[in-house]
Design a binder for this molecule. Sequence first.
Ligand code: PRX
Length: 655
Amino acid sequence: MPDSSATIEAHLKEARTFEPPEAFRQQANVSDEGVYERARKDPEGYWAWWAEQLEWSKKWERVLDWTDPPFAKWFVGGKINASVNCLDRHIREGRGDKVAFHWEGEPGDTRTLTYSELKREVCRFAAGLKGLGVKKGDRVTMYLPMVLELPIAMLACARIGAAHNVVFGGFSPKSVGERMNDCESRVLVTCDGYYRGGKTIEQKGRADEAAAAVDAFDKMVVVKRLDGEAKLQEGRDVWWHDLVEGKPDDIEAEAMDAEDMLFLMYTSGTTGKPKGIVHTTGGYLTGTFATTRWVFDTKEEDVYWCMADIGWITGHSYIVYGPLTNGLTQVMYEGAPMYPDKDRAWAIAERYKVNVLYTAPTAIRGFMKFGGEHPEKHDLSSLRLLGTVGEPINPEAWMWYHEKIGGTNCPIVDTWWQTETGMHMITPLPGVTTTVPGSATKPFPGIDAAILDENGDEVGAGKGGFLAIRKPWPSMLRTLWGEDERFIETYWSKWDKKTYFAGDGARKDKKGNFWILGRIDDVLNVSGHRLSTMEIESALVGHGSVAEAAVVGASDPDKGQAPVAFVILESGSKDGADLRKTLNQHITEEIGPIAKPREIVVVPDLPKTRSGKIMRRLLVDICEGRDLGDTTTLADPDVPKEIKDLYEERAAKTA
Ligand code: PRX
């Protein structure tokens, strides 16, 4: 991490503002700004009000215990079951025949589950897990793509009090094995394979490889998604459909303590060993329930589609627990958004008359690159609200989303949060907030976010600093699995043990809107000036010739660090000296000469994970001439080598 005694300089200027459309405001779940003040005055009362809307088998005795920070306890003494809140409660309230999921496979096959059917599947699988010896408190690992068995398995774990540990289906077998060993998980739920980009992807062999690396491996449950003949290991493996055969449609739900672990989710840290983020039951459910209701402005009749993969926190919070505690009807899609054609996503949105759509800026930029003619082929008039998550959205992409997808009348909620926070933390309330493209706007009611300097003092408007959360919130991570010290060290040691260090740089403008500048480690220090890689990227993408850009800091003998830009050009734009001159001039105009990249390397693709995150670390390695290491978690593992060659060619020319 760079030295941070000075503040981060933020140069990005954005003047356009968008008020909630009047028609939207009138129907919004919350349209009164008073909610912020109400939550600020009595945060515990406010969070208790949300928790009361869930079903508890025993009410809590105390809302919050913060006597031993940073170890928070929420809803102390309360008993609750997550699957009951996602299923039984709705069925009792008459939503049994309501569709929970419209699922669509990539080849076009479909499956629909009502709330009653979903509960039946969950109970059968829960009974199956019990039959395999899974008990309350155990960890069950899932290594699955976007098939319905994934949320079913997660809810089945929740029903019997086992914690789930979902590993993104595209991760390497090695990372599955590491994670299972770390949390001593003995059972793996996987599949024979799946469909992606028009191909069948084999998964069972990868799961076998993972299992071979696990010390105490016991059982593997295999979902049959392909027609192929995956080999099952006698005594160890069982087909999902055989396991659930003859199991009861209803089994009793375990009454869990509010602070019992609901799940583990591993996420990368600054060191090689992934961090096992621990989320518990009562607080996590309360936070995801509340934010889904207010941020997505959910209505009984809504059809909601979150394009994220359940293998990431976004899918946990905003496909499984938030939407299902709210009793929503969702769309879930297995495959690639451009298969068989570049309009697949919009065909799905039209088919199910999606009202609320949630996706990532990188996906939006991808859709932009395909061209606006693809959404134009479809009737997207059912959409009334759009969301983004995962990275700062450049105003260019925001505007495209607003115009081409939202038809200019859908509010956009740019939601800042993390695996660790469990729920949206900084986000517009779509019926209240005036949005500004590129800003996640204001902390959710009840969230005390601030921009602090190295000493823990709040910095003034317009100044950059560290994003911090100063009060506990219900869905906060409780610790890192087996690593209390690392938990304290990583998140609660920068200032005091009551202030959460998010690891992001940010600034607040005069109106109180937050601008996320990206991870602290994505911040450059160029000749003593701090710049966010995101600002330079945003400027580049704002130029008509650039479709996508990734900027990293390379060590530089003169300036300390110098920005290096990797850009994908729009079709029709040409690489060459003219292009470089134009882009440098553009950046100078947008940010200042300090931000001019040392190199602009035109590349055919960027190194992205399968969830679409750009692996800037690999680009740094390329600039520093380091070994590229393991690239197997990338969507295309060959991309870094190609970029390396292009970078070296470019650097040789400028030398
Ligand atoms: O840097 C922030 C960025 O993503 C990080 C969290 O990543 P992860 O735990 O993988 O969770 C992603 C999905 C919640 C943050 O520290 N980030 C997330 N949302 C935004 C964002 N950056 C800017 N704007 C956002 N809306």
